[in-house]
Design a protein around this ligand. Structure first.
Ligand SMILES: Cc1cc2nc3c(=O)[nH]c(=O)nc-3n(C[C@H](O)[C@H](O)[C@H](O)COP(=O)(O)OP(=O)(O)OC[C@H]3O[C@@H](n4cnc5c(N)ncnc54)[C@H](O)[C@@H]3O)c2cc1C
Length: 506
């Protein structure tokens, strides 16, 4: 045992030192040991861009705490108690995890620590309002965004937790025996990604990942606050503008906390900051939905969607491949799919359009698209991604109706009117001026430079989707559903256009 009391801050999706309630709790009258566990189970499902970005975030965190971050590969149920014993810590502090895997893991780690009298203490979460907190007056959870947003606003959230600069990072040299931890990963390996020994780690990456870490997150946010936020309400729908904050990868790994963002936009005039706050609430709403309905990570909550006849076989496989590679022959769709491959990111409007294209033009299951997104998105977040796909596919409680089908050409003409977005990611078409880029098959001689002809006829596939929907297996409605449908129809008749325009995650 050593003289100075120590606690562990087990970092997970909170890779920062400021506005970090769990870190402040750990550091109260104690030196803190920073620990991150590279869990092979989580790495198995993480795509290359996300894993590489994570490693770079860890390297940045390590530098920020004077090179004192312990990174160890293994099952947290084994690693966390072993490190607690090795550094003689009496408590392990965490930001609570609300996703299904994280909740179970934390329960197991709590039990394992308890056998040696060490407490697992949770303070805060990756959200401004933790999942499960916002409830209807009758105690049930919300399944539609607009009322949730009202409840979330009424519930309120705390201000930022303050700076972590006063934390004393424990000096464990001479206490911690590295020989007992052969799976320790050194900072240099994090940066260089020399992690061939880490089970399941996918280190294939894309060329253009954002700069990682807390300082980069703060700089990105500052830049957004200094300008683009003013026009965010309109610009967030324009993939040809740099109109969104690009904070999603940082929010994913907790390099910045939504509480900080919400505090900074509070009181700012205009529609931009108000819209931004609403988008942050979408992230919280989706986490809340998954908290209450973890099964929605795999299946549609409306079972009719999964029961529809979906395409399989050779042509379906070819279509899926063309979609993944950005070679469908629809420039707006292909630009987005190529942005995903080269930047590990895609604009929200395009996430909806390419999703609709996969599900309603190619008749492929949403789960295929969700998995491909998780392989490539640097911001890949299980709750936002799956609920985003459920929204697109009409499979969630808060969803676009299945019969709403995005048009792959008119969406491009509307949101990328001069074709600048397409031009950036589809070099074969770069010489086509203006809006003509969206319909290259109309050019004399067809699409240039080997760019493909459309792989499907949108109008025909749209009709096919509607045909399959009309022929869906009948499912009798309960009397409660009949009443709800009648109320819903009356409400829609009153303000249909306005409701549909605002009640979708864009
Ligand atoms: C099919 C589909 C899959 C998606 N997968 C993910 C994912 O894996 N990870 C992810 O973070 N977002 C996902 N989104 C939501 C959204 O597309 C991204 O959050 C957004 O594009 C990130 O860019 P930004 O940070 O510039 O967003 P901004 O417009 O600047 O928004 C600020 C923040 O608000 C949150 N936000 C904005 N829109 C949404 C939304 N529709 N749903 C949930 N949160 C939102 C994000 O945290 C975002 O960083 C998905 C959306 C769809 C339709």
């Amino acid at each position: 045992m050593t003289e100075s009391p120590r606690r562990i801050l087990w970092f997970r999706r909170d890779l920062r030192i400021n506005d970090h309630p769990a870190l402040l709790a750990a550091g109260e009258n104690h030196d803190v040991v920073g620990l991150f566990v590279l869990d092979p189970t989580l790495l198995r499902d993480a795509g290359g861009p996300r894993t590489v970005f994570l490693l770079r975030c860890l390297a940045a965190l390590d530098a920020a705490i004077g090179g004192k971050l312990l990174v160890i590969t293994g099952d947290p149920v084994v690693v966390v108690p072993a490190v607690a014993a090795a550094v003689a810590a009496d408590e392990v502090h965490i930001s609570a995890d609300y996703m299904p895997y994280g909740r179970k893991r934390d329960d197991r780690v709590r039990d394992a620590l308890a056998t040696s009298g060490v407490a697992l203490v949770a303070t805060g979460s990756p959200y401004a309002v933790a999942p499960g907190r916002v409830r209807k007056p009758d105690g049930s959870n919300y399944s539609v965004f607009t009322p949730y947003f009202g409840g979330w606003t009424e519930h309120g959230y705390r201000g930022p937790a303050g700076s972590g600069s006063g934390i004393v990072w424990a000096d464990i040299d001479g206490v911690f025996d590295p020989a007992g931890f052969p799976d320790r990963v050194l900072p240099a390996d994090l940066l260089e990604h020399q992690l061939s020994g880490v089970p399941n780690a996918n280190l294939s990456t894309v060329a253009e990942l954002p700069v990682a870490g807390e300082a980069a997150a703060a700089a990105t946010w500052k830049e957004f606050l200094a300008g683009p936020i003013t026009d965010y309400h309109d610009d967030r729908n324009r993939p040809d503008h740099e109109g969104t904050s690009r904070l999603s990868p940082y929010l994913k790994w907790g390099c910045i906390h939504p509480r900080t963002l919400l505090a900074d936009v509070k009181g700012l005039p205009g529609t931009g900051p108000a819209s931004y706050r609403r988008e942050i609430a979408w992230r919280e709403f989706f986490a809340d939905l998954v908290f209450h309905k973890p099964e929605s990570l795999k299946w549609s909550l409306n079972p009719i969607i999964d029961d529809l006849p979906w395409d399989t076989g050779t042509v379906a496989d070819q279509h899926f491949e063309a979609w993944k590679q950005g070679r469908t022959g629809f420039p707006y769709i292909d630009a987005a799919m190529r942005q995903l491959l080269t930047q590990g990111w895609m604009h929200n409007r395009l996430r909806m359009s390419v999703g609709s294209f996969l599900v309603k033009d190619l008749h492929l299951r949403w789960q295929l698209g969700a998995a491909h997104f998780m392989d490539y998105l640097v911001d890949g977040d299980i709750a936002s991604n799956n609920q985003g796909w459920l929204w697109v596919a009409g499979g969630g409680p808060q969803a676009s109706p299945f019969f709403r089908i995005f048009h792959p050409i008119t969406q491009g003409l509307k949101f990328d009117p001069d074709g600048d977005y397409v031009r950036k990611f589809v070099p074969e078409l770069a010489d086509i001026p203006g809006a003509m880029i969206h319909t290259p098959w109309d050019l004399p001689g067809g699409p240039p430079n080997g760019y493909p002809m459309p792989i499907i006829d949108h109008q025909a596939e749209r009709e096919e989707t509607l045909r399959r929907w009309a022929a869906r297996p009948p499912k009798p409605l309960s009397s409660q559903q009949v009443q709800q449908a009648a109320k819903h129809a009356a409400r829609l008749a009153a303000k249909e256009v306005a409701e549909r325009a605002t009640d979708h995650p864009s």
